[in-house]
Every structure is written in structure tokens, then in C-alpha cells.
Design a protein around this ligand. Structure first.
Ligand code: ZN
Length: 247
């Protein structure tokens, strides 16, 4: 069983298509760690694509905010403007689908999916201290999280917590991580639609459970085409610019 792990697509259809093209023929089942919408110009197209793929999807904070399941007072003004625009742009079907997304943690095919941290779907996991509780408490050794838009993660064994700096080089499509049977992992596939780890390419991961390997992928996409659609939709300019920076 090979699982395609997508996260933080953020209504960026061009990035999603590039990721799916790169992953073609390499996975059996798809999952999504939330933030299907928010920031990007293609909320309906992306929601429809994820639904039609049959991806098992949990919700992210942007999905919740757009579906009016959480207040946006913690969102910065730019993010808030994108939430309002997204809500107004979504079809009834897409909005209904977003509302119906379950919260993490959810276990599927022997891996655990969360959006933020294991104990709080809205919490960011950047540091080893923030990762530790999830590493210890998750019901499975292999847990995937999103929300930070940083590809990589953490492993834990024998009271040793290791930060995994695993990203493909610019000239490569993916970097592989061997899963050791005695270790526990908290892994982030990176963001498909709005990377913030300094690399503008769309990020995702593929888990091969049989061979115990996780591949961390990057796929280039036509960023300027997405920026043009964002500008036409009058989405906030900082959101347009950050796609190219990968920050
Ligand atoms: Zn996000």
C-alpha cells in the first residue's frame, strides 16, 4: 500500500495538478491533512478535485473558518480577507463538503493524520518541544501533520528526539526517509499550495508501507499563472507575492 499524503493545498489548483502529475502511478490511496482552501484562487476546483479523487481528508483551520466552524479573530487581516473571499466564492456543495470534514487525529491504513498537533488541531508544531507529546501519545508510530507548511519532521527513540531535515535538493524530485521499526515519527509532507520553508515548489509525501519508506517530494508549477488569478480575484497582494518566495 502506497499512500499519497497531501496537506495545505490552499485553493491552489495549479500546484495540486503539478503534485498529482509528479505522483502519477506511484500511489494507491490519497489522504489530505486539511487546509484544502484559503489563500488561493481556486477553492471550488480544489475541493471538487480532492472529493472526486476519493482522498480521505481531515479539516484544517482555514476549512473550519471558511465553513464558519471557528471564529477568525486569531487570523491576521490578510488571512481573514482570504477567508471572506473564499466563503463568498464557494458553491453550496463545496461549502457543505468542507463543513462535513472530520477533525484529526484520524487513523487510516495504520498511519495517523492530524492538521496541527496531535492534541490540538490548531497548534503549530515547529520545535522538538512541541513535537514531543504527539510523538509519545499518537496511537501509531507513524503520524503525519501539516499546518506549518514546512516539509520534514521528527523521530523519537529511546528518549532521543531527532529533527529530520529531509527535503529534496533543487535538482531532485524527492528525498527518501527509511522508517526504522523501533522509532516513532511525526512527519510533515509540506504544503502543496503555499510552501513556507524557503522552497517555492509544491510539496507532498508518498508513504510506502510495505517497503517502510517515506518519500518527500517537490514539484515545480506555474506560479505566475496562479498569481495572475489571485490578482484578478483581488486577493491580498502579500499572499500573491509569498508564493514565489516560498515563505
Ligand atoms: Zn495551512
Amino acid at each position: 500500500m502506497r499512500i499519497l499524503v497531501l496537506s495545505d493545498i490552499h485553493a491552489n489548483l495549479t500546484a495540486l495538478e503539478a503534485a498529482l502529475d509528479a505522483a502519477k502511478g506511484r500511489w494507491d490511496r490519497a489522504v489530505c491533512l486539511g487546509d484544502v482552501v484559503g489563500y488561493g484562487p481556486d477553492p471550488n476546483e480544489v475541493a471538487t478535485r480532492i472529493r472526486e479523487m476519493g482522498a480521505f481528508c481531515i479539516r484544517g483551520n482555514h476549512d473550519k473558518a471558511v465553513a464558519e466552524l471557528m471564529a477568525t479573530e486569531d487570523f491576521n487581516p490578510v488571512a481573514k480577507a482570504a477567508v471572506v473571499w473564499t466563503r463568498e466564492s464557494l458553491s453550496k456543495e463545496s461549502l457543505q463538503w468542507l463543513k462535513s470534514l472530520p477533525s484529526g487525529p484520524k487513523e487510516i491504513e495504520g498511519i495517523v493524520l492530524v492538521h496541527g498537533s496531535f492534541h490540538d488541531e490548531d497548534e503549530y508544531v515547529f520545535t522538538p518541544e512541541q513535537a514531543l507529546q504527539g510523538l509519545l501519545d499518537s496511537s501509531r508510530p507513524l503520524t503525519f501533520f501539516g499546518h506549518t507548511h514546512h516539509q520534514g519532521g521528527f523521530s523519537y527513540h529511546d528518549a532521543q528526539l531527532e529533527v529530520l531535515q529531509i527535503r529534496p535538493r533543487d535538482s531532485d524530485s524527492f528525498a527518501a526517509l527509511r522508517i526504522e521499526p523501533e522509532k516513532r515519527y511525526l512527519l510533515n509532507p509540506g504544503a502543496v499550495g503555499q510552501p513556507r520553508d524557503g522552497n517555492a515548489r509544491a510539496a507532498f509525501a508518498i508513504v510506502d508501507l510495505e517497503h517502510r519508506v517515506v518519500e518527500f517530494w517537490r514539484a515545480a508549477y506555474d506560479i505566475s499563472a496562479v498569481q495572475a488569478r489571485m490578482q484578478a480575484a483581488h486577493l491580498p497582494e502579500p499572499l500573491v507575492q509569498r508564493l514565489l518566495l516560498g515563505r
